[in-house]
Write a protein that binds this ligand. Sequence first.
Ligand code: PFF
Length: 442
Amino acid sequence: MLVRDSFHSRIGFVLAAAGSAIGLGNIWGFPTNAANNGGGAFLFVYLVVTLLLALPALYAEIYIGNQAQKNPVSALGEACKNRLPRFGRFAGKAGLCGAIMMLSFYTIVAGWMLSHALSAVTAIGGLTDLSNWLASDSTLRNLLFTPVFVLLGAAIIHQGVHAGIEKWSARLMPILLLMLIGLIIYILQQDGAMAGLKQYLIPDFTQVTDPTLVISAMGQAFFSLSIGVGGMMVYGSYMQKDKDIGKLVLSIGALDTFIAFLAGLLIIPALFVAQHAGQQVFADEKLIGEGQLIFKILPTLFESMGTVGLLVATGFFSLLSIAALTSTISSTEVPVSYLVEEKSMSRKKATWLVSAVVLTASMVLIAFFEALFGIVIQVLTTIMQPLSCLFYFLVVGWIWNRGNKLTDKSRLSNDKWLWVWGNYLRYVCPILLTVVFVNVAF
Ligand code: PFF
């Protein structure tokens, strides 16, 4: 029989799950969305949506995986076996496709981070032409760096859960945190930063009901917490059964939200500093070109630091690449765990097969970049992830009765908090999610 690998400690699980959650979504996606949607108003709605919907969805996803101790396709199939067995497996497979979709664009963006890190290194070495080329936007660069990134991810994943995923996440995440704090201290001392700080921290409440803002905040929260594609479900399945999932979810949510908050604290003031220095950053209160945030504003900021700036740029883009790597690992684990457990493939073979599929998908995106890139991100974050979360709520609240403490009447009636929590997931979450989704979509 196949013996399942697992996380060796609670903290190992939290760090790996936080490693999955903390990624380009926090450091690029969150500040971009916040800058485009009124700063403080976005931050406010984001926090509300995270508390009311995203954290409960994360709980539901981890809970399903943890109870089943199986890959997402089998876990959902099992949870739905009395009522909708086929649909459960179908939803698991849809998540698996979502994971591949996520990887197809994520590895391209992560490749940009790698090339910018190398660009800073080559600038330190005086190779100006090469450095400029690495920082420029070219299809050839994408074609080179996306595969490098996919290979790096595959190299970690085929080492397994404990030796690969757990160890790397624990080593790399703390460095990212320190680096962000150092950069924030620097930026807040520059001219123009205070206007950015105000814009970020003081919400304009007239904007908080804007449907575009609300759907962006919801998509961002689901993407940032890695929910809705099965990545957290598979991590939950690698943890011993019946740990206190509520506490784990709170720790993951707090870490992820804190890093996104810090990224905003760095980037929104940085935008205002750049504008103060005469760069055109906003037009009609929107950023001019989303990519400029990381690739124009931050490099200008690093340049303003003199020679140290090149070192800081190297560190910053390397850490972003690493944060992207730990996020890539959890999505790749979704199809890998399915192939290993259901198709009896070796871990190594499954990892290389999935990596090849991801690479093919990203090459298609690179080839049809203008037409596909934005749409794939949009479909995944604003349609597929919210719908999966709705399904998770329905599964834990309604479809899955046996062995599920959230709907087990005898357990619910003995524990007041469990009763409140069970009913919140059963009634409030699906209704709230549907209302937001329908209102915004139509
Ligand atoms: N949460 C990651 C980020 O914020 O960059 C992205 C992500 C990772 C989404 C893993 C989905 C997933 F399964």
